[in-house]
Design a binder for this molecule. Structure first.
Ligand code: UT7
Length: 331
């Protein structure tokens, strides 16, 4: 009997309409288009402005896009995972609400949080449910409304982050396509360098903390940058070596879109040509859990059955890793 592998068989996406350009940011903080473009590669990002709409709004839209494209009955979905660092609210699961709203009434669901590595770790999790033979339709959504905890007076963070969502469907495959290998890591000693300190269980919100803006995301950009460059490149090399792959075997690098210079450094380390590096950071900025599925959505028409894709991500925690996946369809 051939081994069951977990393949991605459909992709959907959604980004909000409002476009926050570098030119608009120039009017909000002391920055300029030239600095943002050369230091990060970002030109614009999308922001969900509507009051009362949270991450689930983005997740539902991305899932509906996938359901319509693939023409599946949402009642056939057995598990919905929402990878997110910005859940709708405390206690109530964003995934449960999302699953019900898209009509996945036969599914169980849960949120998965690993900062910017949430979607990558979600790929690993979704694949295990398929590989075990237990489930046949697992919907993984990466969604974040980063604007909900960004201080738009802090130029160290507001120029980077945006809102968005992407979704993929995992199904069993008997041609050995889909997820092949993974190398996932974390190191909690890095948490002081990227965090939103207040509003969680360690430091519940107080009036004083709120007025001092301690609920916003703080980042020591330089330290995060250094760790991201080293670790993302390191895991990409490890995945290649472990699977006896050379740069010529790789069709695509799908790397977390946090900073173009981090992506370029990873690509250089594995000596990959530019035309094999998926890139859309200029349009969306860093959408945390949505960067990888948004890449798959934007590049879907260029992907071919059997293509070897190396995924890589790095994020708060610290969390990071790499996944080697064989693409399963021509669109
Ligand atoms: O998603 C996973 C987690 N996040 C990341 O992976 C992000 C990692 N970090 C980064 O991408 C970069 O560190 C940033 C884009 C955040 C910052 O870039 P940098 O090259 O590390 O800049 P820096 O903080 O070292 O600052 C360099 C200079 C400073 O001026 P001086 O001291 O050299 O005169 C800053 O004051 O650039 C200045 N600067 C800015 N200038 C215009 C810092 N931020 C800005 C800004 N606009 N937004």
């Amino acid at each position: 009997m051939s081994k069951i592998t977990a393949a991605i068989t459909a992709v959907g996406a959604y980004v909000p309409e409002y476009v926050l350009t570098n030119q608009i940011l120039e009017t909000m903080v002391d920055t300029n288009d030239e600095w943002i473009t050369t230091r990060t590669g970002i030109k614009e990002r999308r922001i969900l402005k509507d009051e009362g709409k949270g991450t689930s709004f983005l997740a539902i839209k991305a899932a509906q896009d996938l359901i319509n494209k693939k023409g599946i009955d949402p009642k056939d979905i057995e598990l919905v995972i929402v990878a997110t660092a910005t859940p709708d609210m405390k206690a109530a699961s964003t995934a449960a609400y999302t699953a019900t709203q898209i009509g996945a009434t036969n599914a169980f669901s849960f949120d998965l949080e690993a900062a910017c590595s949430s979607f990558l770790f979600g790929m690993s999790t979704a694949a295990k449910y398929i590989e075990s033979g237990r489930y046949k339709n697992v919907l993984l959504i990466g969604a974040d409304k980063n604007s909900s905890f960004i201080n738009y007076e802090d130029r160290a963070t507001c120029i980077i982050f945006g809102d968005g969502a992407g979704a993929v469907l995992f199904e069993p495959n008997d041609e050995n396509l889909g997820l092949q290998d993974e190398y996932l890591r974390s190191d909690g000693s890095g948490r002081e360098f990227l965090q939103a300190t207040y509003g969680g269980s360690s430091y519940p919100m107080t009036q004083e903390a709120f007025s001092e803006g301690k609920h916003y995301v703080f980042q020591d950009g330089k330290t995060v940058f250094k760790n991201a460059v080293f670790n993302m490149a390191d895991v990409a090399v490890k995945i290649l070596e472990r699977n006896n792959l050379t740069k010529d075997d790789i069709a695509w690098l799908a790397a977390h879109q946090a900073n173009k210079r981090i992506i370029d450094a990873t690509a250089n380390r594995i000596e990959l040509d530019n035309n094999k590096v998926m890139m859309n950071i200029e349009k969306y900025g860093n959408t945390t859990s949505a960067t990888l599925p948004l890449l798959l959505h934007d590049y879907e028409s260029q992907l071919k059955k059997g293509d070897n894709i190396i995924f890589a991500a790095f994020g708060g925690g610290f969390t990071w890793g790499s996944i080697y996946l064989k693409w399963a369809y021509n669109s």
